[in-house]
Unconditional design. Structure first.
Length: 256
């Protein structure tokens, strides 16, 4: 079976042109949807903000890093060009012509990239985590390690996006480029916030189990470890809600 590409070949050419000129763009696919949405901001650089409250017109795609509070910045891509799904060759030719006429922007990305995590470093991280947990300084930690891989050809970035979209239909999948951050590709099952008809929904996604059919729901058994992991995240969300005087909320369980 031939897989339909999420990103059209002509769109890939446009993205490569944007990257060569440091023009910001993002292509993302919402959970359980087929078509990707693409934003391109070519007329001006992406605005950055030191706090979320400073964003008076949040229409667009907001990116926030994981830096410390002092260095934390928010970026907002506000599209000059926006389209959804596969477009006609004529329409994409028009976009390509627009991008080709742009002078582009200065590259501001920090080119520093940390070294790959060694086995000894990871072992020390685990030992530190155990010590912090035993001293009650933290309750839960997820350790990660950095792995370097050989640089891919530009087309492989877009192929990876297509693969993520196919493999994780329930996830939010994105491909993002900005001069400030470089190129990022990811997929996450966790929605930050869903708002509909004035109601806001948050998901405490922790201690999950995979279920292959609705009938399997009756067979799910929650262990103490999973209940405890869920409670940590749920308690944090409730603390945030109470801190903002949001007193009307309902809590429930989720099975993945």
């Amino acid at each position: 079976m031939i897989r339909q590409e999420t990103i059209h070949i002509k769109t890939k050419e446009i993205f490569r042109e944007c990257m060569s000129k440091n023009i910001s763009f993002v292509s993302f696919r919402l959970p359980n949807e087929t078509d990707s949405i693409t934003y391109i901001q070519h007329a001006s650089p992406v605005n950055q903000y030191s706090d979320f409250e400073s964003i008076t017109n949040p229409d667009g795609f907001i990116v926030s890093g994981a830096e410390s509070d002092e260095d934390h910045l928010y970026y907002l891509i506000q599209p000059d060009i926006e389209f959804k799904g596969v477009q006609s060759e004529d329409y994409l030719d028009q976009i390509q012509s627009i991008i080709a006429k742009q002078r582009g922007f200065e590259r501001k990305v920090n080119n520093y990239f940390p070294d790959e995590t060694t086995q000894d470093e990871f072992i020390r991280n685990v030992e530190d985590a155990v010590r912090y947990i035993k001293s009650d300084q933290i309750k839960k930690v997820v350790l990660s390690k950095l792995i370097k891989v050989k640089k891919h050809k530009p087309n492989s970035y877009f192929e990876l996006y297509d693969q993520l979209s196919d493999t994780y239909p329930n996830a939010f999948v994105y491909l993002l480029f900005m001069p400030q951050t470089g190129l990022w590709i990811g997929a996450t099952p966790e929605p930050l916030l869903e708002i509909e008809n004035g109601n806001a929904n948050l998901i405490s996604l922790a201690g999950t189990q995979k279920v292959y059919a609705v009938a399997d729901l009756q067979k799910v058994k929650w262990r103490e470890k999973e209940l405890w992991e869920q409670k940590i995240v749920s308690n944090f969300i409730e603390d945030v809600i109470h801190a903002h005087d949001w007193t009307t909320f309902a809590a429930g369980a989720a099975v993945r």
